[in-house]
Design a binder for this molecule. Sequence first.
Ligand code: ARG
Length: 706
Amino acid sequence: MTSDAIRFLMCAPDHYDVDYVINPWMEGNVHKSSRERAVEQWQGLYHLIKEHAVVDLVKPEIGVPDMVFTANAGLLLDNTVVLSRFYHKERQGEEPYFQAWFEQNGFTVQTLPKDLPFEGAGDALLDREGRWLWAGYGFRSELDSHPYLAKWLDIEVLSLRLMDERFYHLDTCFCPLLDGYLLYYPPAFDAYSNRLIELRVPEQKRIAVAEVDAANFACNAVNINQIIIMNQASAELKQRLGAAGFKVLETPLTEFLKAGGAAKCLTLRTTEPIQPLHSAAATVESRTIQMAGHLLDSGLINRALDIITEGGGSFQVLNFSLGEQKQSTSNAEIRVTAPSHSVMEEIMVQLIDLGAMPRPQEVCDNPLAEVLQDGVAPDDFYVTTIYPTEVRVNCEWVLVQNQRMDGAIVVAQTPNGATAECRLLRDLKQGEKIIVGVEGIRTVRKTESRDLRTADKEFSFMGSGVSSERRVELLVEQIAWDLRQIRDRGGKVVVVGGPVVIHTGGADHLSQLIRDGYVQALLGGNAIAVHDIEQSMMGTSLGMDMKRGVSVRGGHRHHLKAINSVRRVGSIAAAVEQKLISSGIFYECVKHHIPFSLAGSIRDDGPLPDTKMDLLEAQADYARLIEGADMILMLSSMLHSIGVGNMTPAGVKMVCVDINPAVVTKLSDRGSVESVGIVTDVGLFLSLLMQQLSKLTSAYRLAQTV
Ligand code: ARG
């Protein structure tokens, strides 16, 4: 017999019953299984296995009914066994019995630190060629246990994350077979794990089962050479396994399904010789991060832990000191573990956005890579956000200059120390050093004070909310107040506008706003200028009479005539000087020396001589004009507003007004507390704003005369 070297450990069901509920299969089944039928089914399995291997028995004990599931005793390779540490207290009583059996049978027993759950061969399965170990986590076993397995068993560990609580142990949905085949149920795993499986197991060797088979525990199978023993398989599955050279032997185990186990769970293969082809390695990576702030009442800590688990990692909170007073902040240290480097990086990027940082004593320099080609960053470059960012260089935090989103960070050493600067890809130069990875990066977030956070949201500028109707008036009141403050202290307001400002009758209001000194720069496309000038010259906007609201005969030509007149004299400023234009938004800009920039697009008529058709030049011009802005008013221009949003760092108040809620949501959803969105007609908004501003002005006057 070729298989006589193979041995299994089993435990008779003398005391088996469903006594408690620790997995979904047990729900509704407490004391519903028949001991008699269980014994009969167990015997069936026992005899079947004995035809192909040797079976050893461990004595069943009272009070630990799940001891029949010997797969959970531990994980063994060669002479070493990693003893299980059960997640549930209901099963922890089994540990000493299994430990005694292993010791009596000559195994070296390794025990994991307390509070680090790991459920043995139920959650860790050797590749049948011995190349690596597949290890599950997510329900019972902790990801942090995997590096211990790699160390003690000297084998590469591939961590798989379980997602479906019905398949809470790896062996309920995953079964490596002889010759590198794999029987498994893909939906039980997260996307990353499925990718990992597909990388290691070629397609022709992957036998994915349908949900019915999975639910009948077809993956919970015992593979001995060419035979596969399981509870039940569909005809289709038997046929596919047959085609791969396997023979399926079914043996009913329905009484054990009531406890969430079947053939594989009831056995532990105790002969797992080391095979020549293997190398120790665990791809599992850990890092410790620190967070500070109003961690609890702002929900920051919850968000951080969600990011870790949803991203496929696991965590351990090492320290947490709670701020005692309402205003005092809390501190936390969290150990993050991820199954691989790339998963770790994805999680870290998100944690950094939340304000997490590495322990400074652990990271002296964030890794750098060199630009090898002008305008192209090295792979893995860190993509910047709108938040002020600092990077570790020479064991110090260096603040990144020119912060904006979607850039790379260039680090340079100068005689006065290291510098870091945010740079667009197209501006990168060969030889420059770029931040790659996320080891030594942090974003600096303002800790919002508790009062601001809980302040009456209805009237608050904060809280990136999108509002409509009822709140509009209150918000406009607040914006008017802010505009007034900014003007009085010599601050900077930038307006970004679309042609809708003109079509909705907002031109007069915006002109007035400029006249009154509330606007320090104006950005837009060709269209807002064309329609403003058309209105000034001909009283129409896209051919509509703006006073009477009707279209004018031949009006559709008006805007081209306006363009043509400006082109003749060379610029908008020249047209104002020559009195071709004597009112309107751009007239006011020229008269009051307010800089403006017009960025071209594919749909532009003309264009006006001022419109920049070189978009890189236009982007640079926009960036120059928004520098130092305190507030940006975005009035009905999706294109130009998003463009501006992309180059604006956090901390600048952004007000986005658009009749289309989608535009408003997109812009106020940058996660920056300073943004506010208003869904309304822009003409109406400007008219309300002017009313509020004049109310404020009369209030000031009144205050002065009293
Ligand atoms: N009732 C047991 C538990 O929930 C079933 C164990 C099944 N064993 C296994 N290797 N999947 O722990």
